[in-house]
Design a protein around this ligand. Structure first.
Ligand SMILES: NC(=O)c1ccc[n+]([C@@H]2O[C@H](COP(=O)([O-])OP(=O)(O)OC[C@H]3O[C@@H](n4cnc5c(N)ncnc54)[C@H](OP(=O)(O)O)[C@@H]3O)[C@@H](O)[C@H]2O)c1
Length: 258
């Protein structure tokens, strides 16, 4: 990478919700950005706003992370644009409510591709570059869903359990190389997620949500920790779940999103 390279943080799923907020808070602290999602118009509007308000550069890359070649294409594009990646926020993801049998198979396979496979693929491709810069970081957005099975959202919960386990292991593997890896585990958060996942009327979301601002502030402040659970309520729920039999926690999760 030559001296003309743009040193930037890559944020996937930056067109809405938590990812958009990551872009906003990273811009405030002066990070150059690469914004990734399918809705390029939204990314471009956000990039224009952040460039106007802060002294940063922001590139936009349209990518459908449900495609099996998405991470490879994205990594190639970053190299072609001479981006030196200093941080990676693997945030893009979605869920859907319904039984395994009722939800379309392709929707569930796409969920695994976006939430799990593309996340691993992109991390693997960008990790050598991250090891080459000091104080680099990877934030993988998991969920409090990662801590128990979730009847009626089986694949989503399993995908987040994977992200949590993968991130914890990677945290240990690369901390000696100066790369901080953390799994961010938000609970219900006010974004487009609930409507996309058909969850707006569930007890889980009716019981109250956090703002993306608060979630992201905690994630960035605590990014050297292996696991970050924003919000006292979410922390208590996770700890209560750890102390309860799995039979109880999975039934409770199913009840909260019935
Ligand atoms: N909100 C919650 O209650 C909550 C709780 C725990 C964890 N999370 C996790 O937080 C992360 C962000 O979710 P959010 O709450 O901010 O939801 P959101 O408002 O729906 O945003 C999701 C983002 O992911 C992107 N995305 C979805 N599918 C994609 C695809 N195939 N290719 C590329 N990008 C894709 C979307 O962009 P495009 O549609 O433009 O592609 C969007 O930018 C997700 O991993 C989610 O599982 C959310």
């Amino acid at each position: 990478m030559d001296s003309a390279a743009l040193r930037a943080v890559v944020v996937t799923g930056a067109s809405a919700g938590i990812g958009e907020e990551f872009a906003r808070q990273l811009a405030v602290s002066g990070h150059h950005l690469v914004l990734v999602a399918r809705r390029l118009d939204r990314l471009e509007a956000l990039a224009s706003e952040l460039k106007a308000r802060h002294n940063i550069q922001a590139l936009c890359i349209a990518s459908d992370l449900a495609r099996t070649d998405a991470a490879e294409t994205l990594a190639a594009e970053l190299e072609a644009k001479q981006v030196q990646v200093t941080g990676l926020v693997n945030n893009a993801g979605f869920g859907d409510r319904g039984s395994v049998q009722a939800l379309p198979l392709q929707r569930q396979l796409d969920m695994i591709q976006v939430n799990v496979t593309s996340l691993v693929d992109l991390t693997w491709r960008l990790l050598p570059g991250l090891k080459a810069v000091p104080n680099s970081f990877v934030i993988n957005v998991a969920s409090t869903a990662a801590f128990q099975a979730g009847p009626n959202m089986a694949v989503y919960y399993a995908s987040k359990a994977f992200v949590l386990s993968f991130s914890e292991a990677l945290h240990e593997e690369v901390k000696g190389d100066g790369v901080a890896v953390s799994a961010l585990c938000p609970g219900a958060t006010d974004s487009e997620f609930a409507s996309e996942a058909n969850m707006t009327n569930t007890l889980l979301f009716k019981a109250g949500t956090m703002t993306p601002e608060a979630v992201v502030r905690k994630a960035l402040d605590a990014r050297r920790r292996a696991i970050v659970i924003p919000g006292l309520k979410n922390l208590l729920l996770v700890w209560m779940g750890k102390l309860s039999p799995r039979m109880i926690t999975r039934r409770l999760a199913g009840w909260l999103q019935a």
